[in-house]
Write a new protein. Structure first.
Length: 463
């Protein structure tokens, strides 16, 4: 395909979002709206991408890591005015310029290729991508003459009641011959309901100048959806999420109830992994092969090996190595490195800790700022007392140690390898290798105390 320029309009505020953030940086499946458009344009085969920014310019530009040229539109006086700002970059250039809006994140590279092809093959001055919408509310309508030739675009707020019945809409995606585009921009006026310079008016101006205008109409209308409010945002997110999950399913991942899961664009999943319902995989997350994730799990920025199970749990910024089981109801907070064949059982919270291979933390424990060795058993109710009210301290437990139930490890403290800690102990000093530590008072029995004190709560045994 011939090289072409692409202009993406992303300067508007998006008032209908009712948001403190610019519309085009609202995220869908973990990627800002405008980045979906940029990625589709890139994948269609052009490197010459110009993005028009204005409202919250710094924040919008900060979201865009790809190599693009930025142009400022300091006052947002309409889509036509936005393209006028690009004039200095296009002046003197020949060929095709694709223009699209930063608020149509569902557009695919295939569709972009198609409109550019049709535009070039038919030697047109302008091609408009149109769609047929059952509910065309809010969109510009395509006006045709009796022979079906396109004559113009009328915005919703300027349309007559008769025009409002037209179901063919302007998707906001166009191809222009650069000469015709630049010439038509000079003749735009803002004499309309919104007092804006409409890019859509270029169509009738180009016809007046003798240019050939045509349309490309696509069957699938999802793709053409422009996002103006939160209802449309939710719909678009659902469609993108479905596309992402279908890609994983085609690569050999099973989803038991795909519509109940959310998977961000950046996630990798290995084959034969099964994702149970109500699971969210987000950020820089990689899941290996043969894992079982979910139900009800939220996995954020987590690197998971092979044959791992994560059941009903939350994991953040952690790594989990092969053959390890997490959950049900575990909470892995940021900074953990969990080894191979480890068990992080029910109601266990782990933070900023290293857990060695084959170690078991089966139930009801808190492990924070700790280094737990290999093949360690952490009993039920063990708490690492890592915080003294001012600072966090570190605890180390050596390989093959056994920490009994309800032990407090008051940090900083070290339990050397191959040692035992008796249940209920509060450990404040180093435990040497091969030793048993007991740190609790001995049990005392006071015989007949209940009878002498008159504290019997039932009948006397001899009665
Ligand atoms: C626009 C079209 C409409 C089409 C619809 C498709 C016009 C006049 N109307 O309407 O025919 O059916 O898209 O979704 O073009 N923007 C700027 N600067 C501005 C104004 C807008 O950069 O001054 C950008 C916005 O950030 C947005 C895009 O242009 O990404 C579209 O603007 P928006 O206000 O949403 O246009 P619509 O009213 O939806
Ligand atoms: Ca729009």
């Amino acid at each position: 395909m011939e090289a072409f320029y692409a202009v993406i309009l992303a300067a508007g505020a998006g008032t209908r979002m009712k948001s403190d953030r610019a519309k085009v940086i609202h995220e869908l499946c973990g990627k800002p709206m405008v980045n979906w458009v940029i990625d589709a344009v890139k994948a269609s085969g052009t490197e010459n991408i110009i993005v028009v920014t204005g409202h919250q310019e710094d924040q919008v530009r900060a979201c865009i890591k790809e190599k693009v040229e930025f142009v400022s539109q300091n006052e947002q006086l309409g889509t036509g005015h936005a393209v006028m700002q690009v004039k200095p970059l296009l002046q003197g250039k020949k060929g095709t310029c694709l223009i699209l809006c930063g608020d149509t994140p569902l557009i695919t590279s295939e569709t972009i290729k198609q409109i550019v092809h049709e535009h070039n093959d038919n030697n047109r001055a302008m091609t408009v991508l149109t769609a047929i919408f059952e509910d065309p509310e809010g969109y510009g309508r395509i006006i045709r003459d009796h022979s079906g030739n396109v004559r113009g675009i009328v915005e919703h707020s300027d349309a007559t009641s008769e025009q409002l019945r037209i179901k063919e809409i302007n998707t906001g995606i166009y191809c222009f011959e650069i000469d015709y585009l630049l010439k038509s921009l000079e003749n735009l006026s803002n004499q309309n309901d919104q007092n804006e310079y409409y890019l859509t008016d270029t169509l009738s101006i180009i016809l007046e100048n003798g240019g050939k205008v045509g349309t490309t109409t696509l069957g699938c209308t999802d793709e053409m959806m422009g996002i103006n409010d939160r209802v449309q945002l939710a719909w678009a997110q659902k469609i993108l999420n479905r596309r992402i999950i279908e890609k994983h399913m085609r690569n050999g991942v099973t989803f038991l109830n795909p519509d109940s899961c959310i998977v961000e664009h950046s996630v990798d999943i290995g084959r034969d992994t099964v994702i149970y319902p109500l699971t969210i995989l987000e950020g820089n997350t990689k899941v290996g092969q043969n894992c079982i994730i979910g139900p009800n799990s939220k996995i954020t920025d987590t690197l998971i090996g092979n044959n791992v199970t994560v059941l009903n749990s939350v994991t953040i910024e952690s790594t989990i190595d092969d053959d390890t089981n997490v959950g049900p109801f575990a909470y892995l907070r940021p900074g953990n490195q969990i080894g191979k064949n480890v068990k992080i059982g029910d109601f266990v919270e782990v933070k900023k800790s290293v857990i060695g291979d084959h170690t078991k933390i089966s139930h009801l424990a808190y492990i924070g700022d700790a280094e737990i060795g290999k093949n360690v058993n952490i009993g039920c109710g063990v708490v690492v007392v890592n915080y003294d009210g001012e600072k966090k301290h570190k605890t180390i437990v050596g390989d093959n140690s056994f920490v009994g139930c309800n032990v407090n490890l008051v940090s900083p403290v070290e339990v050397k390898a191959n040692s035992f800690i008796a249940a209920g102990s509060t450990i404040t000093e180093e435990v040497p290798e091969f030793s048993l530590a007991i740190a609790r008072s001995r049990q005392t029995i006071i015989r007949d105390w209940v009878i002498r004190k008159g504290r019997l709560r039932g009948k006397k045994p001899e009665e």
